[in-house]
Design a binder for this molecule. Sequence first.
Ligand code: 6PG
Length: 241
Amino acid sequence: MAKPNLHIFEKEKDWENAVLDFITATIADVLSEKDYCTISLSGGSTPKRIYELLAESGSRRGIDWDTIHLYWGDERGVPHDHEDSNYKMVKEALLDHIDIPEDQVFPIPHPQQPESAAKVYGLQLQTEFGSEGNTFDLSLLGMGDDGHTASIFPHTPLVTEKKAWAKEVYLKEADTYRISVTAPVINRSGRIAFLIKGAGKAKALHEVLKGNDQPEEYPAQLIRKSPDVHYFLDEEVARDL
Ligand code: 6PG
């Protein structure tokens, strides 16, 4: 198994700059081969600051938003204007502050109807990427303290979902639905960057990277380990590695 690329930082600013450098370098590499770059965005709180910094410094870093297509790796089963919406979080942190053509932004549609949202979004992804080659050029992912990534949660059907491109999932404890891109689609990304911080996730991360293979317990294990998968970590979350 390929050694995962671990990038571990003590200082918040260094972690942020490393992530931003990785994103801008990936975009430049992709645009040297094709005329636009597709990025799948993670939800949650960790990437929010990165999206804000991309809004502030993206152009200065050479990002031309006319060459970027934005997707979401998952969404909560709420309207796009709901406080829990990943779309709303990205809109406020990034989209409201950059000039990106509306027809290059692909939120998961009407997530409050999770089953149909998953079907429509899955078809959209299949139409865009086809059955060969890369899906997203870059997937940004987070990880929960239970080892979930995107909305692939432990002991849910999404862990073993191999056919659908996107699927809805009901989370009993939270009594809520989510829609997620599935692991096989994420694994076809050109590059993958996990953004993970905080002592609370250290045990899960140790299990994901060093533990026995048990994706039902730690679904982030489903994401391939390859030279193109990078983990941007702070020292707290990396303490057991
Ligand atoms: C979401 C994310 C989810 C997230 C993890 C970590 O919709 O919440 O896609 O997978 O990345 O739950 O979230 P934090 O960054 O808030 O810890």
